[in-house]
Design a protein. Structure first.
Length: 283
């Protein structure tokens, strides 16, 4: 009997993709720490509640979590919270769809065609620096204070990160990948489907996530434009009526909705990236 291991035994014993190897090492870290992200906000809430109850802090302008929770409960019980959430989500979804569509198409054209990039990229880079609130008076003049102007403003916010992500990903495709496709005599459609699309897809997903986040940021400015529904309206109403608990409740609801929307986007896009063999699980 020998003390040495064969090459195949050694490879099998350390292969992280082998299911038996994962059983030896223990449970999946992603499952073990699935709820770890809740610990930090929960700890901060407990500390702030304790600070106010012990008299170390004054909760007049920064109400304790118990007061904010009570405000959320009252809004939910009356149906207002659901109404405002649906209004905001509807605007973000419509603006995200438009911004992602045009950002993808124009970004693909700018990334693939040098003449298009040189023609439109300087102007778009300049417009990207314009603050969201600066578009509000112009959009009101052009489209009024109704839903069209709000959706258009959100679409502007989504457009730029998607455009930059797609254009940069196409421009940065490794030349060797294209040469390999040419060696195998792939036609133009096959080159796009089998070489360019897999190379661009991860960056496109990240760009969509960035655009979705900016969509939630721009919807606040959009709902300042004469809205009577939406979480942005709740923010303004809380400021005008001197209700800091309502303002913080609206901000927390924005954060929760944004995180849920990002989670849905990640879940939907995950099957598209199953082919990736990354080191994330080994880090």
């Amino acid at each position: 009997m020998t003390d040495t291991m064969s090459h195949s035994d050694l490879r099998h014993s350390v292969d992280p993709r082998d299911p038996r190897s994962s059983r030896v090492k223990g449970s999946n870290p992603s499952r073990s720490f699935a709820l770890a992200g809740i610990l930090l906000p929960l700890l901060l809430a407990i500390l702030w509640e304790a600070a106010i109850r012990s008299g170390l802090a004054v909760g007049r302008l920064m109400p304790p979590p118990s007061t904010i929770g009570a405000t959320l409960w009252e809004l939910a019980k009356s149906g207002e919270l659901q109404l405002h959430c649906l209004a905001t989500l509807g605007r973000v979804l419509a603006g995200f769809a438009l911004g992602a569509l045009f950002g993808t198409m124009i970004g693909a054209a700018a990334g693939a065609l040098v003449v298009v990039r040189r023609l439109i990229d300087p102007t778009l880079q300049a417009l990207r620096a314009v603050p969201s609130i600066a578009w509000v008076p112009l959009f009101i003049l052009w489209m009024g204070i109704f839903e069209t102007s709000k959706v258009a403003l959100i679409a502007v916010g989504v457009f730029f990160p998607v455009y930059l992500g797609v254009a940069g990903a196409i421009e940065g495709i490794d030349r060797k990948l294209i040469e390999v496709g040419q060696v195998f005599r792939l036609n133009r459609w096959a080159m796009i489907r089998r070489v360019m699309l897999p190379a661009v897809l991860p960056a496109w997903i990240i760009a969509l996530r960035s655009g979705l986040g900016l969509g939630f940021m721009f919807v606040v400015a959009a709902e300042f434009m004469g809205a009577s529904e939406g979480l942005g309206f709740l923010l303004v109403d809380g400021q005008q009526m001197g209700k800091p608990a309502q303002i913080l409740a609206s901000i927390i609801t924005f954060a929760v909705l944004g995180k849920l929307a990002d989670g849905v986007l990640v879940m939907v896009s995950k099957p598209l990236l199953l082919w990736q063999d990354t080191a994330r699980g080994a880090l």
